[in-house]
Design a binder for this molecule. Structure first.
Ligand SMILES: *[C@@H]1O[C@H](CO)[C@@H](O)[C@H](O)[C@H]1NC(C)=O
Ligand SMILES: *[C@@H]1O[C@H](CO)[C@@H](O)[C@H](O)[C@H]1NC(C)=O
Ligand SMILES: *[C@@H]1O[C@H](CO)[C@@H](O)[C@H](O)[C@H]1NC(C)=O
Ligand SMILES: *[C@@H]1O[C@H](CO)[C@@H](O)[C@H](O)[C@H]1NC(C)=O
Length: 518
């Protein structure tokens, strides 16, 4: 009997292992579970959902009533393509290789070996679609089954701002007879600036399709206009007529984005998917105003985030204080579908996700954890090398400006805007700027910036040199370095050392000092 018992045990163990293996290999995703992900372009908090009562966003407001609203969500990087790459891979830009913008002379792409969300999903039997702005490459890494983007030859104005056309494409995708569950990614180009590329339509393309002579018509759009006198000027923007004019134009395109969300949610409902689709709304980076986009101050890093799950109705309409990051979106979608993240290496280093699924937060407000996020920036345009690494917890933020001896750069799109020209003109002529900093301070930053958010939400007082915060500073420095190491950051020794990690140093990567005084 003992022998039989032993044999039986072994048999059972083998059977168990075989079953477990079988389980992984023949994994079939849960049916009737879909994802619809909306990404705004440079969108911020100009919605009633976040207490802005001037900008009209009835569709986002309605979505919020079916969502958990994250009050402390942050982008992993404040630049378009790098941010979209982080959303679609769960990896910070320095780990996935998308160091700057994808388009034109900037020409950044992720590493060929990156396993992106759409590709993992496709391999697991999920149908994938993208409509609107894509702005990530290479194509092989960011493949979607259904694709109507600027990289498929469609004008970005049409696929990203013409909400009638976007609705029609969504209808086409959603009426497919393909029985597989789906991920549909909608990349609005609203409310991005426009003065740099299509000035004939206004600073934010707010006139595009409004029916005025020469502007064309977007049949489903009912334009909402705003009086510059009524807009809410964020604390990090100068309160001047020029900036107010820009904000009013921005609001008009936010209202267009909002109506686009309404149209697409209606298509989802008509196709019968409302009750089995996880809907998410966020943005890629901060608003295109001074101290916003391309900065990792909170004005460039904090994002709207709504997560609406038909399977987690308990907390619909609630707010969460959990600190969330855009690198949490890939783990959230994988969790929703019950698909594991693959085991693999990039540039010979093991790849591990540092984000986590947001689904548990939809069930219960966490009492511990969810109190730290990280961010990482290298470039925006190819000329704008300004590497930064950031750790942000509930109270403090530490920014490491690794190239701080060079001036911070201004991108082409923002430079030509009325808001920035106004700052330049006023600074040049010695008039009051009505801004909370000087251009000189904006350009020339210290290597370390430490802010206490409790006392100083606008991040105006750098505490890095204050002895009373010495231990806070050293703890945060250590934390950001640990995260850089965990995410295989090639910049881990910058700006004072050279990383040696091959040959003699293969087993023990080491920062070798340059003696440059940093
Ligand atoms: C909006 O303001 C109310 C009242 O101050 C506050 O309780 C709430 O948390 C705010 N909501 C968001 C999303 O910031
Ligand atoms: C938007 O798309 C619709 C549908 O394709 C088209 O009829 C309309 O002319 C487009 N509007 C503009 C402003 O291009
Ligand atoms: C800035 O100054 C230039 C040159 O005087 C002028 O043409 C432009 O209109 C000004 N722009 C703003 C926004 O003040
Ligand atoms: C990263 O951490 C590993 C494991 O602790 C260590 O061996 C390695 O030297 C660290 N890399 C750097 C550049 O500090």
């Amino acid at each position: 009997m003992a022998n039989f018992g032993e044999g039986w045990d072994v048999f059972c163990s083998v059977l168990f292992v075989l079953l477990a293996l079988h389980d992984v290999r023949s994994f079939s995703p849960q049916t009737k579970r879909n994802v619809l992900l909306f990404v705004g372009d440079d969108a911020g908090f100009e919605t009633q959902v976040y207490n802005n009562t001037v900008c009209k966003t009835p569709h986002l407001d309605a979505l919020a009533k079916r969502s958990v609203v994250f009050k402390h969500a942050f982008t992993s990087v404040s630049s378009c393509s790098p941010s979209r790459s982080a959303i679609l891979t769960g990896l910070p830009q320095h780990q996935n290789g998308m160091y700057g913008l994808e388009n034109s002379v900037h020409h950044f792409v992720s590493f060929d070996g990156v396993r992106s969300l759409p590709v993992i999903l496709k391999q697991s039997g999920i149908r994938t679609g993208i409509i609107g702005k894509k702005h990530v490459g290479p194509e092989s890494v960011y493949q979607f089954d259904y694709s109507k983007t600027e990289l498929d030859g469609f004008p970005i104005m049409q696929v990203g701002r013409n909400i009638t056309l976007m609705k029609q494409f969504a209808h086409e995708f959603l009426s497919s007879t393909d029985p597989r569950p789906f991920l549909l990614y909608i990349g609005f180009h609203d409310p991005h600036r426009c003065g740099h590329t299509q000035p004939q339509y206004g600073q934010f393309c707010e006139k595009f399709g409004n029916g005025d002579p020469g502007m064309g018509k977007i049949p489903d759009w009912v334009p909402t206009t705003y009086d510059p006198g009524e807009v809410i000027v964020p604390g990090f923007v100068q309160d001047t007529p020029a900036a107010r004019g820009d904000l009013a134009a921005q609001y008009t395109t936010i209202s267009r984005l909002d109506q686009g969300i309404g149209l697409i949610l209606k298509e989802l409902e008509l196709a019968g998917y409302t009750d089995d689709t996880l809907v998410l709304y966020t943005s890629d980076n901060g608003i295109p105003f001074p101290n916003g986009r391309t900065n990792l101050y909170d004005s460039g890093m904090a994002e709207p985030l709504l997560v609406s799950s038909p399977a987690h109705t308990e907390r619909w309409g609630h707010e969460s204080n959990a600190m969330a990051s855009t690198v949490d979106l890939t783990p959230t979608v994988l969790d929703w579908f019950g698909i594991p993240y693959p085991d693999y290496t990039l540039n010979r280093e093991a790849v591990r996700l540092t984000g986590q699924s947001l689904l548990p937060v939809l069930q219960r407000e966490p009492s511990t954890g969810w109190d730290t996020v990280y961010a990482s920036h290298n470039l925006h345009e190819v000329t704008m090398y300004y590497p930064m690494r950031v750790v942000r917890n509930r109270r403090y933020k530490l920014i490491h400006n690794m190239n701080n001896l060079a001036p911070f750069n201004i991108d082409q799109d923002f430079y030509i805007s009325n808001t920035f020209q106004d700052l330049l003109n006023r600074t040049r002529s010695g008039q009051p700027t009505h801004w909370f900093k000087t251009l000189k301070d904006y350009y020339y930053r210290p290597q370390w910036e430490l802010f206490d958010h409790q006392a100083d939400p606008l991040e105006t007082t750098n505490l890095a040199g204050d002895r009373r915060y010495a231990s806070v500073l050293s703890d945060l420095k250590e934390q950001v370095l640990r995260w850089q190491n965990a995410t295989n950051d090639p910049w881990i020794c910058a700006p004072w050392g050279v990383l040696e990690n091959s040959g003699l140093y293969k087993e023990k990567p080491t920062c070798m000092p340059m003696d440059n005084g940093l």
